[in-house]
Write a protein that binds this ligand. Structure first.
Ligand SMILES: [Mg+2]
Length: 438
């Protein structure tokens, strides 16, 4: 699927979430008959109560904190994320829910938040609310695969809610978003994910089949439960509603209108992109630029804290790779612009495959690349590095022949054994005795 399509889907989902949240905010808590009447008169960004027109609530605020953490730190840095959540909550956190406030306001770090969440659950018994599914959307938008998404969603939920069902609900949203991004049946994907999770499976049973049962969930004691929110959002898809009709249908069910509609809005806005969201609603949305930036940041989230600058479509971050040789063999050039480098296994792999290797004159690199094996440039000298790259790219240097024997001499297991023996000799020389250290 072309990157541009996914970009539009991610944008549509995040803006769809925020627009729906802002539309639902003024009606939060109202009885279904009141909500039906308001929606029947025409749903617009009027604001109401303590919400200004176009102003979104805690649902979007936390989703943005999560999206911005993913963009900066990858999927999922709980320490970074907890710091962002705590800063928002402790700084006022407009619209914050009770469980989330108990966990975050004044908390020191992720562990502290988790301990507070457990204490809140024990004290109140208020379980399985929708305070985590409301913010989980960025995980489903940034994740490359379901397994990583589900793990991240559960970890995120634990920062504020101790009932594991909340994590199940956040996790169950992920296959729906992945199906919306990449083509697939979101309802089937969620049912597969949540088949063994009873509170969710019961609510999901009514999706696409029984609107009255869903209305009872939304307007009765199950209002605000994570299973109810997920079921309403999925029904808006199963019923075939477009963005506007789906949002209107969910808000008209009353009670937790902002959160129910925020989750539905993300799913409804995902496949068609922002073209599906009425322009009059988008035009009134607060802080649209911040949401657009957050969506862009989700398109290529960093791994291991790295982030491509300016050329996201041309840079791939495969994460940990057990055997990097296939990524290096056949390359035009291998640049190792290290500031510190005791010994470079990467350089050895490049030399072994006949790839021209450019490295800096630091620490152990000259020992590997000297004597004409590779090309050495001064450290911290971009011009020298660029000149060396140009010489290789313009074929000004002979193509090196593969140094297979070098790779054998420096095979990782052999090098590791040498390190081990050396360290043992340094720690307890008498124990090593006359053992040779080559
Ligand atoms: Mg809210």
């Amino acid at each position: 699927m072309p990157a541009g399509d996914d970009r539009d889907r991610i944008r549509g989902a995040l803006l769809g979430l925020a627009v729906a949240d802002a539309l639902g905010a003024p009606l939060e808590g109202v009885a279904p008959r009141v909500a039906v009447a308001v929606v029947g008169r025409g749903l617009e960004m009027t604001g109401g109560g303590w919400w200004a027109p176009g102003e979104w609530t805690d649902d979007t605020a936390m989703a943005l904190a999560l999206a911005e953490s993913i963009a900066a730190r990858g999927l999922l840095d709980t320490d970074d994320l907890a710091a962002r959540y705590i800063a928002w909550a402790t700084g006022g956190g407009k619209g914050i829910g009770r469980a989330t406030a108990s966990a975050l306001v004044g908390a020191g770090d992720a562990d502290d938040a988790w301990a507070r969440a457990r204490a809140h659950l024990e004290a109140t018994g208020l379980a399985a609310r929708n305070g985590t599914i409301m913010r989980a959307t960025p995980i489903g938008l940034a994740a490359r695969g379901l397994e990583a998404a589900v793990a991240a969603a559960r970890h995120d939920a634990q920062l504020t809610h101790a009932d594991p069902v909340t994590g199940d609900a956040s996790a169950a949203l992920c296959p729906a978003l992945l199906a919306r991004r990449h083509g697939g049946d979101p309802l089937r994907a969620v049912r597969d994910q949540a088949a063994d999770e009873r509170p969710l499976a019961v609510a999901l049973g009514a999706v696409g089949r029984d609107e009255r049962a869903l209305a009872r969930l939304a307007g009765g004691p199950e209002a605000g439960a994570c299973a109810t929110t997920l079921a309403l959002a999925l029904h808006a898809l199963a019923a075939g509603y477009d963005y506007e009709h789906g949002v209107r249908w969910v808000i008209a069910r009353g009670r937790d209108t902002d959160t129910n509609t925020a989750v539905a809005g993300a799913l409804l806005g995902c496949p068609q992109g922002i073209g599906a969201i009425p322009e009059r609603w988008l035009a009134a949305l607060r802080d649209r630029q911040r949401i657009e930036r957050a969506a862009q940041g989700l398109l290529v989230p960093p791994e291991h804290g790295l982030r491509p600058a300016g050329a996201p479509e041309r840079v791939s971050f495969p994460g940990w790779v057990g055997d990097p040789a296939p990524y290096i063999a056949g390359a035009t050039v291998l640049a190792i612009p290290s500031r510190d480098e005791a010994f470079s296994q990467t350089a050895i792999i490049g030399l072994a495959h006949g790839v021209p290797v450019i490295g800096t004159e630091v620490d152990g690199l000259p020992a590997t690349l000297g004597g004409g094996c590779g090309i050495l440039v001064p450290p911290e000298d971009p011009q020298a590095l660029a000149a060396a790259l140009e010489r290789v790219l313009h074929d000004e240097l002979p193509r090196p022949r593969p140094l297979r024997s070098l790779a054998e001499r420096h095979a990782p297991a052999r090098v590791a054994a040498i390190y081990e023996s050396t360290y043992r000799g340094l720690v307890a020389p008498e124990a090593v005795g006359a053992q040779a250290v080559s």
